[in-house]
Design a protein around this ligand. Structure first.
Ligand SMILES: Cc1cc2nc3c(=O)[nH]c(=O)nc-3n(C[C@H](O)[C@H](O)[C@H](O)COP(=O)(O)O)c2cc1C
Length: 333
């Protein structure tokens, strides 16, 4: 995994958000950004409805699957299935603080058990040829981040992990909800920079609180990659400049209007297969954020787009709200 690969810019795994339709939409906005699935547990991959849980469209590549679990044998089996399904990377979740996840002994609480995480990585590495990466926090609860992050990193690297993605804050498993755990524990980018400085040969990506592409680019002076979660989801238009700014490629579309037009065939195919417009457009609500007409766009999709019979015309009418608002503004200006 070299610095030139898609690792430079990734959209974070986000449960309920980065499903296959969201990823297909993001892929229209950037050809190069690395896209992650929602976290899926190893047992779900092994025993569940794989088409629903890990199915994706070929155009979503480059794509990584994120697994949750702490049983090396189950994770190895799940990783093998994901590799067979064509994923380019398996990422292990060592950062999610939800109760459900703690109950199953995985996610952020694994920061306390580096040797178990290492055993999970080793088992997956033995089973698949694709990169195995780890997404973790700085530590949990009373842990000292100076010690906890190094211990976790050293253990998983010794087990063969190919890269680390660090959400640059602790998780407080006692007392904070998962949502609070994304905002309240303070960010400490310097800690991640120090990790990278200590591990010059290991790809390290920084995640957490990056709100703009400019802030993301500034991080590349210290780390090999950046991962954006909420900013990318809530303002997907920013993805339209990722290919040029992070990869030196041409951007895929001149603007968000052209991107939506290019996305229409995907939406049409989903509708033709019996899917609902809202399955897709719920991930598009942030598209025109900050522009005139953005509220009308969202409102139209939120009221009309949720109707069972909603079709492409609803999406086009929502986009027209933005076009009209921009025309009105240019007449006034
Ligand atoms: C709705 C939502 C769901 C999330 N689900 C996951 C998940 O499945 N796996 C994971 O590792 N992190 C998950 N996260 C955390 C993000 O991947 C990311 O680490 C966090 O949001 C910080 O990055 P940001 O400030 O750029 O959003 C989720 C975050 C959000 C907002």
């Amino acid at each position: 995994m070299s610095k030139n690969q898609s690792f430079r810019f990734a959209v974070a795994p986000m449960i309920d958000w980065t499903d296959r339709h969201c990823r297909a939409f993001h892929r229209v906005l950037s050809r190069r950004a690395l896209l992650y699935t929602e976290m899926v547990t190893a047992n779900a991959v092994i025993f569940g409805d794989r088409g629903r849980l890990i199915g994706y469209s070929p155009q979503e590549h480059p794509i990584a699957v994120q697994l949750g679990g702490s049983d090396p044998a189950a994770l190895a089996k799940a990783a093998a299935i994901c590799a067979e399904w064509g994923y380019g990377e398996v990422n292990l979740n060592v950062g999610c603080p939800s109760d459900r996840v703690q109950g199953g002994n995985f996610g952020a609480c694994l920061m306390r058990d580096p040797s178990l995480v290492a055993a999970c990585v080793a088992a997956m590495k033995a089973e698949v040829a694709i990169p195995i990466t780890v997404k973790c926090r700085l530590g949990v609860d009373e842990q000292d981040p100076e010690v906890a992050l190094d211990s976790l990193a050293d253990a998983v690297l010794a087990a063969g992990a190919d890269a680390l993605i660090v959400h640059a804050r602790k998780a407080w498993l006692e007392g904070l909800s998962p949502k609070e755990n994304r905002d309240i524990p303070p960010l400490d980018y310097d800690r991640v920079h120090r990790l990278k400085a200590r591990l010059p040969d290991v790809p390290v990506s920084l995640n957490g609180g990056i709100a703009t592409l400019e802030a993301a680019q500034a991080q590349l002076a210290h780390v090999d990659g950046v991962m954006l979660g909420r900013a990318a989801y809530q303002q997907p238009e920013l993805l339209l400049r990722v290919d040029s700014l992070f990869f030196g490629d041409a951007d895929p579309h001149a603007d968000a209007f052209a991107a939506v037009a290019a996305f229409e065939p995907y939406v049409a195919a989903h509708l033709a297969a019996g899917g609902r417009l809202h399955d897709i457009t719920r991930h598009m609500l942030g598209l025109f954020t900050g522009r005139p007409g953005a509220r009308a766009f969202r409102r139209h999709l939120a009221t009309e787009g949720v109707k069972p019979e909603a079709n492409l015309d609803v999406l086009r009418a929502a986009v027209d709200e933005v076009r009209r608002a921009e025309e009105r503004r240019s007449l006034v200006a």
